[in-house]
Design a protein around this ligand. Structure first.
Ligand code: ZN
Length: 216
């Protein structure tokens, strides 16, 4: 997925299979859901000569933010997280333990509040931030209209939706959030990168994912 200047690259980060996304335009880049180790990301960015401008998280679970605080600090980048998920920083350390990753400090000074709406994520690269609580209270999805790419986080997967039994989760909210995405009427060929697992398209979700619908 790229044109002359902008590229989206998906990193399928084993073993949790979190999908991290690197968006580049020229030498500038941002990372969505920086899972794994900050030092590994730093090696990649430095090898490519990339300037990290920002990190955006779809939500605050550790398998989506583990590298964010250290990377943000190292590169002087801004880490955007929805304020309703700020209390998840430092939560769920057993997931990090499983992969030998350092715990996150709940008190740090590098994250910035994510605000819903339209932003220029990089110069001339428009992104829409849409609140989709339910998997966590501060979940969001990112929509790139020009590229017809949706980053869905753990709100919806190719074959189902995210769990709602973790802190801040709510089945009712999750259903309303799925309705919100469904009602956006995105084009069939919209490419959807989910927080975990295989990618899909809006057409695939409409035709094969029975939970992708409008909830009353
Ligand atoms: Zn999650």
């Amino acid at each position: 997925m790229e044109n002359a200047q902008t590229s989206f690259e998906i990193f399928r980060m084993q073993p949790q299979n979190t999908n991290s996304v690197l968006l580049c335009r020229g030498n500038d880049c941002v990372i969505f859901d920086a899972w794994g180790r900050a030092t590994d990301w730093a090696h990649l960015l430095d090898a490519r000569g990339l300037n990290l401008r920002a990190i955006y998280s779809t939500h605050g679970h550790p398998d989506h933010i583990s590298a964010a605080p250290d990377l943000a600090k190292q590169y002087g980048a801004i880490w955007y997280l929805h304020p309703a998920d700020r209390n998840l920083i430092g939560w769920g350390n057993e997931i990090l333990d499983m992969f030998g990753l350092d715990h996150l400090c709940p008190h740090h000074d590098v994250s910035s509040d994510l605000v819903p709406g339209n932003v220029k994520v990089l110069p001339e690269t428009d992104m829409q931030i849409i609140e989709t609580p339910g998997h966590s209270a501060g979940g969001v999805v990112y929509w790139f209209p020009e590229y017809k790419i949706l980053l869905s986080g753990d709100t919806i997967f190719r074959d189902g939706f995210g769990r709602y039994d973790l802190p801040g989760g709510s089945r009712g909210d999750l259903e309303q959030s799925i309705s919100k995405i469904y009602d956006m009427n995105l084009p069939d060929d919209t490419y959807v990168v989910h927080g975990h697992g295989l990618d899909s398209t809006i057409k695939i979700l409409r035709e094969t994912n029975t939970v992708f619908k409008h909830y009353d």
